[in-house]
Write a protein that binds this ligand. Structure first.
Ligand code: ATP
Ligand code: MG
Ligand code: MG
Ligand code: MG
Length: 486
């Protein structure tokens, strides 16, 4: 079986092309074309949406697609599939990842062939031991009256998967939807047991096989699609981890060059893979966040999305500022450090996605500009905090109005959780009740008057405030990062 990440990707593509007659198509840009329901391309199927909906131009090349396969650049930050908050905290979610997929359009093949091809690839080509694989199928949904997908269950049983490793899951897991509207259907998934018999199974989801049968309409109803289709997606990073015998996508050759470059660039202690409470000092979390985010930044910028003020650009700016914070505050990176990682990303992904080689020259500049702007805001913020502290009594709370101006009105663009952190360092408590009152007043005001852009900014902040209150404790670095008001 192939070992290096790039060989694993190639083996997937040649399996579907050479053994099963699929045509290989390039990855679409991560910038959705003509689809306002999406911030970023979040799955391999996105570019085929017109086929699913039956709206494909009959003169286009796509109209002739029957069996295709590819490796799609995906970004899951913001929108329905939003994994931004998980990144750094776990060992399997990324904001950017590669999705390996195969498709059968218009009934070219359906459940049985799709499952047996997937099983053949995993167990014969990649040689994953069968007893480490579990499957799940759609167990139905009494609330909406959707039937269980017993056909998929029976297919797995006939392929030799023991009933004890065939699980029925609910709509949350096994009814796949691209966005709030769009093509959808029941799915069946293949999971890998990391524990491998040693103790309770520890499943990581590898591959999703979706049977597109419905369209979710704007009113929430399901309408049948004109034809049925197979749509599958498997995360390359997770597959490579399994094949390299690792529990973490970060321990594969897809990430290790980046982790070493981060260590060299920052002079930080080496990455040691700790998560959660074990990661005291949050150094390993910071490594993961920085490695993940710089890949996303490179891919998005090369596809023409730059950090900005609304929509996908706003999400990208949040990602950039998160990377700046983690690298500077925890890893003690020197200024300009993030830009120095760009060649490492291009080296790792440029062969599979040539657009990265072509368009990466501007990435370091864009990253450095925003990094500098953020640092300038930080400095100004510190000065304002110092000035305010000088006129406070020993038991006074830090005034909500000032904190607010650091984030929104003063347009300093500092995340509220960061402001809290800075105040905590000064040993002063923030008037959170006052802050929340302000946020609510502003929200009401803007709901009545403002343009959509401002509403969006405000929503981000209100979310953060709710979070602060819910936790009842000053936030730390892992407070959800939706509060990057710009
Ligand atoms: P999970 O339950 O782990 O969040 P998912 O069910 O949201 O995954 P799907 O939408 O089914 O994922 O996508 C198909 C495959 O893409 C998954 O089985 C997984 O291998 C991979 N994948 C999904 N999200 C991510 C991510 N954020 N980072 C890396 N790989 C991912
Ligand atoms: Mg998910
Ligand atoms: Mg899942
Ligand atoms: Mg899934």
């Amino acid at each position: 079986p192939p070992a290096r990440g790039s060989a694993v990707r190639d083996a997937f593509l040649s399996f579907f092309r050479d053994r099963h007659g699929h045509r290989l198509v390039p990855s679409a840009s991560v910038r959705p074309r003509g689809d306002p329901s999406l911030l970023f391309v979040n799955a391999g199927m996105n570019q085929f949406k017109p086929i699913f909906l039956g709206t494909v131009d009959p003169r286009s090349e796509m109209a002739s697609f029957r069996r295709v396969a590819n490796s799609q650049k995906c970004v899951r930050a913001g929108g329905r599939h939003n994994d931004l908050e998980d990144v750094g905290q776990d060992l399997s979610h990324h904001t950017f990842f590669e999705m390996l997929g195969n498709w059968a359009f218009g009934g070219e093949y359906f459940k049985e062939e799709a499952c047996s091809m997937a099983w053949e690839l995993l167990t014969q080509v990649y040689r994953i031991p069968k007893d480490r694989l579990w499957v799940s199928y759609f167990g139905g949904d009494p609330k909406t009256g959707l039937d269980p997908d017993l056909e998929s269950r029976d297919i797995w049983l006939s392929l030799g998967v023991p009933a004890s490793r065939v699980l029925a899951f609910g709509p949350q897991e096994n009814f796949w939807e691209m966005g709030d509207t769009g093509p959808c259907g029941p799915c069946t998934e293949i999971h890998y047991d990391l524990a491998g018999g040693a103790g309770a199974p520890q499943l990581v989801e590898l591959w999703n096989l979706v049977f597109m049968q419905h369209n979710r309409e704007a009113d929430g109803s399901l309408q049948p699609l004109p034809q049925w289709h197979v749509d599958t997606g498997m995360g390359l990073e997770r597959l490579v981890a399994v094949l390299q015998g690792k529990h973490s996508t970060y321990d594969t050759d897809l990430f290790s060059p980046l982790l070493s470059a981060i260590q060299q660039g920052c002079g930080a202690p080496p990455y040691s893979g700790r998560v959660g409470a074990a990661d005291a000092g949050r150094v390993d979390t910071a490594y993961r966040v920085v490695a993940d985010h710089i890949r996303t930044l490179c891919v998005c910028i090369a596809d023409g999305i730059s950090p900005g003020m609304t929509g996908a650009p706003l999400v990208l700016r949040q990602i950039l500022r998160r990377a700046v914070r983690f690298s500077m505050e925890i890893l003690r990176a020197p200024p300009g450090f993030l830009g120095s990682l760009v060649p490492v990303v291009v080296e790792s992904l440029g062969a599979a996605y040539p657009e990265l080689q072509k368009h990466s020259a501007q990435v370091p500049n864009l990253v450095s500009e925003d990094e500098a702007a953020f640092l300038a805001s930080l400095q100004r913020g510190r000065r304002i905090i110092d000035r305010t502290l000088r006129r406070l009594g020993p038991s006074d709370l830090f005034p909500a109005e000032v904190a607010w101006s650091l984030s929104l009105s003063g347009n300093l663009g500092l995340p509220l959780d960061l402001v809290e952190l800075m105040l905590k360092e000064e040993g002063v408590r923030l008037d959170t009740a006052g802050l929340e009152r302000l946020a609510q007043e502003e929200a009401q005001h803007r709901a009545q008057h403002a343009e959509p852009v401002q509403e969006q900014r405000l929503r981000l902040d209100v979310h953060a405030l709710g979070e602060l209150r819910r936790r009842g404790v000053p936030p730390t670095d892992d407070t959800p990062k939706y509060n990057y008001c710009l």
